[in-house]
Design a protein around this ligand. Structure first.
Ligand code: CP
Length: 321
């Protein structure tokens, strides 16, 4: 039984295997091999208790490209709204023969609970749980950084400087990234208002700064985070104008980055808050490229977890979509 619950569970070799596999799959897609028979006959359930645009859609595309049977389950419109528990939902999916469950849940720890239970026999993949982790986001971020900063199969991000800016307190993306980036040898600096940093941040493997302008010239990859107002008490939040002035990414700040540096955002972006339209729409912003890379990375995770046939051996007359 193999799962992907936390980026912290990935060794350097695990992470590089996923990234290298994703690169090979991306190259196959680039050669118009859109569909592989690898997961034919396997059932993957996308179990989403929280809203999603990118993650849900890209997992579905990845599963279909691998020829899996896909079941989309949204808590809205299901018997969860009548009070059904996670356990009973999982037992129901098990009864239908799920080989893997991709779960997004508002409660931190829900994917780990499923993975540790005997409610499901298949793989559990965390698609974002509360403020805890979002491991496939960190993997697609690392994939994007590697393509821009350190190309080459088998190579990590040693010595690369990644600055992560904004609402770290509520960000599962930041947590998964700090684990994975450290595993891959990168140096992480968080820039955030003190009220949006978690207690105990001094024990995380990162530096902390409150001065974005001073960090920009030493940055290879700048990752802007969404301010998650839905998860916070209004008292913790500075005014929008004050936030944008101190921590927002704009054209003036983009000019302070080294020429090779990229601006990343996991999405959804709040234009005018953490990023201006000028930056979001600039060629240096990789937000849309990250979405495309997410399909290849999620294909790699599914392929490796579900142990499909070696994709290099896929028949050359592979059906195309
Ligand atoms: N990055 C991300 O998780 O986006 P969604 O919430 O749209 O899935």
């Amino acid at each position: 039984k193999r799962h992907l619950v936390s980026a912290a569970d990935l060794s350097r070799d695990d992470a590089l295997l996923i990234l290298d596999t994703a690169e090979e799959l991306a190259q196959l897609s680039g050669r118009a091999v859109k569909k592989l028979p690898t997961l034919r006959g396997r059932t993957v359930v996308n179990l989403f208790f929280e809203d999603s645009t990118r993650t849900k859609t890209s997992f579905e595309v990845a599963e279909k490209r691998l020829s899996a049977d896909v079941i989309n389950f949204s808590a809205k419109g299901s018997s969860v709204s009548k009070g059904e528990s996670l356990k009973d939902t999982a037992l129901t999916l098990q009864a239908m023969g799920a080989d893997a469950v991709v779960i997004r849940h508002h409660a931190s720890g829900a994917p780990a609970r499923l993975a540790q239970s005997d409610w499901l026999h298949g793989s559990v993949i965390n698609a974002g749980d509360g403020t805890h982790e979002h491991p496939t986001q960190a993997l697609l971020d690392a994939f994007t950084m590697r393509r821009h900063l350190n190309p080459g199969a088998g190579q990590d991000l040693a010595g690369r400087r990644v600055t992560i800016v904004g609402d770290v307190l509520h960000s599962r993306v930041a947590r998964s990234n700090v684990h994975l980036l450290n595993t891959l040898g990168a140096q992480v600096t968080f820039v955030a208002p003190p009220t949006l940093l978690p207690i105990g941040i001094e024990n995380w493997p990162c530096e902390v700064s409150y001065d974005l302008d001073s960090v920009l010239p030493k940055t290879d990859s700048l990752m802007m985070l969404r301010v998650q107002r839905e998860r916070m008490n209004a008292a913790f939040f500075p005014t929008e104008r004050e936030y944008s002035r101190r921590y927002g990414m704009n054209g003036r700040r983009m000019a302070q980055l080294p020429d090779h540096a990229i601006v990343m955002h996991p999405g959804p972006m709040v234009r005018g808050m953490e990023i201006t339209a000028e930056v979001a729409d600039s060629p240096r912003c990789t937000a849309i490229e990250q979405v495309a890379n997410g399909v290849s990375v999620r294909m790699a995770v599914l392929y490796l977890l579900l142990g499909g046939a070696v994709f290099a051996d896929a028949p050359t007359d592979t059906p195309r979509t």
